[in-house]
Write a protein that binds this ligand. Structure first.
Ligand code: HEC
Length: 106
C-alpha cells in the first residue's frame, strides 16, 4: 500500500514539476484514470479478431489446418489459450489488448 501511494505521489510530483507544457486542471486527472480502468472494454469482433486475422491466417481460420481444434474466430479459443498466445504475439499493443480481454468479465 505504501508503495502504491508512493508511486502516485511521485506521479503527481512529476506532473506538478513541469512534466507537461500546460498545467492540467486538477479535475482532469481522476477523470482520465476512471476512463482507462472502467470504460475500456475490448471487443472481440472489432479489436481482437483483426489481429489474429492479420497474423494467424490461414491455419487458425476457416479452411485452415488447425481451425477444427483452435479456431481463432471464437472468443472461447482465445480465453482457453490465454497467454500461450504470446509465444506468437509479440507486439506490445496486441498483448495488452489480449490481456485486457482475458481479465474482463465475459
Ligand atoms: C502455418 C500455420 C499456422 C499459423 C500461421 C499459425 N499457427 Fe498456431 N498452430 C498451428 C498448428 C498446426 C498448431 C497445432 C500444434 C499442435 O499442437 O500440434 C498450432 C497451435 C497453436 C497454439 C497452441 C500451442 C499449445 O501449446 O497448445 C497456439 C497458442 C498458437 N498456435 C498460436 C498461434 C498464433 C497466435 C498465431 C498467429 C500469430 C498462429 N498460431 C499462427 C499452425 C499455425
Amino acid at each position: 500500500m505504501r508503495t502504491v501511494l508512493g508511486l502516485v505521489g511521485a506521479g503527481l510530483l512529476l506532473l506538478e514539476s513541469g512534466g507537461l507544457a500546460k498545467p492540467v486542471p486538477a479535475t482532469a486527472i481522476p477523470t482520465y484514470t476512471a476512463t482507462r480502468s472502467t470504460k475500456t472494454r475490448v471487443d472481440f469482433e472489432t479489436e481482437l479478431k483483426p489481429i489474429f486475422q492479420s497474423k494467424c491466417m490461414p491455419c487458425h481460420f476457416s479452411g485452415g489446418k488447425v481451425y477444427d481444434r483452435l479456431p481463432f474466430d471464437t472468443p472461447a479459443t482465445i480465453r482457453k489459450l490465454g497467454t500461450k498466445l504470446f509465444t506468437r504475439i509479440k507486439d506490445e499493443h496486441d498483448r495488452k489488448l489480449i490481456e485486457d480481454f482475458l481479465t474482463q468479465t465475459p
